[in-house]
Design a protein around this ligand. Structure first.
Ligand code: UT7
Length: 328
């Protein structure tokens, strides 16, 4: 069995900012309500006029990740692209990205949707392909334009989401201390109706009613409680299974959905503030882009160094969840 390492990271966010103050011009809300309930102050929103879509944002983030990895783009053997809404139904966004990056080796391209947990699912898939010797370099993307299905008349959900992208190059790393130690992936279908977008796919292909608040249907409190419980339990299990103590974890990057959820999970482990990476105040919930975007910012800011132990955890519609412990 081989081992894998995050060789390079990159990210991209659109320039356009929707502040909480701007949200008060769209509907009855306040900076105070949004800040107290979520910790979010602003979110980035893609501009179609500037051709900001999942694949084009990913091209920016991927170029940065490939450069930081120090490999040639044609050494990438697979693109795994996580998104809750790809550019098109088909071809997939991974293929569009191969074209935008001008990769000429005809590498494998696949999109994956496990909602906000999708990038962690992709990371685990990529790691398995590297461990078993199938590939040496996999480009793992999380890229989201949640604004393409966000209903700007619905105050209860639209304040929560934003757009952005994170990318990594995951590579074979035999004889390195960097490796993925353990992963947990899970889905609780009993709560599948608590966070669901029904329109725009096979069961309701063309109907999107922007007058309806329910483009995205969410039972916020069920999702909130389940998120805290599941992520905290998975983090405890993974530390137990790997004999790693919470003190040995150098950085914790939870899915950036809500400051209260992040704090509730971190508090269960007594993680001091400097061990928890938080950027939800700047970007809101960017779904499956949230962890790779935070990861890239953490590396850039010097918060994550080679040899550090990194704990990642996420949850989302499904309700999917996942946790990964790795040495960076
Ligand atoms: O990746 C997964 C994505 N999903 C999540 O992370 C969601 C998890 N859930 C949450 O974060 C919280 O449940 C929310 C932030 C969504 C809501 O917080 P809450 O404390 O559960 O509030 P609530 O749903 O009980 O709503 C309280 C009130 C309601 O008014 P009434 O019925 O009590 O009069 C809402 O209508 O707040 C009202 N409200 C708002 N008021 C001002 C809802 N949205 C807003 C808003 N501004 N934007």
């Amino acid at each position: 069995m081989h081992t894998s390492k995050i060789l390079g990271t990159g990210h991209f966010v659109p320039d356009q900012v929707y502040t909480n103050q701007y949200m008060t011009t769209l509907f009855e809300t306040s900076d105070q309500w949004i800040t107290e309930r979520t910790g979010i102050k602003e979110r980035r929103i893609a501009d179609p006029e500037k051709s900001e879509f999942p694949s084009t944002m990913a091209a920016q983030a991927a170029k940065m990740a490939i450069k930081n990895a120090g490999i040639d783009k044609n050494e990438i053997e697979m693109i795994l692209f996580s998104s809750t809404m790809s550019d098109y139904n088909f071809p997939n966004s991974a293929t569009l990205l191969q074209d935008l990056l001008e990769i000429e080796n005809k590498c494998a391209c696949i999109d994956l949707n496990a909602a906000c947990t999708g990038w962690l699912y992709s990371l685990v898939m990529a790691n398995s392909l590297i461990e078993t010797g199938v590939y040496k370099n996999v480009l793992v993307i999380g890229s989201e334009t949640t604004s393409s299905y966000n209903n700007w008349k619905d105050r209860s959900k639209s304040v929560l989401f934003g757009d952005g992208c994170g990318a990594i190059v995951l590579s074979r790393s035999d004889n390195s201390e960097s490796k993925i130690h353990k992963s947990i992936l899970s889905s609780d279908s009993s709560k599948k109706d608590d966070l669901i977008k029904r329109t725009g796919m096979a069961r309701s292909p063309f109907f999107v009613d922007f007058e309806s608040p329910d483009i995205v249907e969410m039972n916020g409190q069920v999702v909130f409680k389940s998120a805290v419980k599941t992520m905290a339990a998975q983090c405890a299990t993974i530390l137990d299974q790997t004999n790693v103590t919470k003190e040995e974890v150098d950085l914790f990057i939870p899915h950036q959905a809500n400051m209260r959820i992040i704090e509730a999970v971190a508090n269960r482990f007594d993680f001091p503030k400097e061990k928890v990476f938080i950027n939800v105040q700047k970007y809101a919930n960017t779904s499956s882009a949230s962890i790779p975007l935070a990861l890239s910012e953490a590396v850039e800011a010097g918060r994550l160094k080679r040899g550090n132990k990194l704990l990642l955890t996420a949850f989302g519609s499904g309700l999917t969840s996942g946790t990964v412990l790795l040495t960076y």
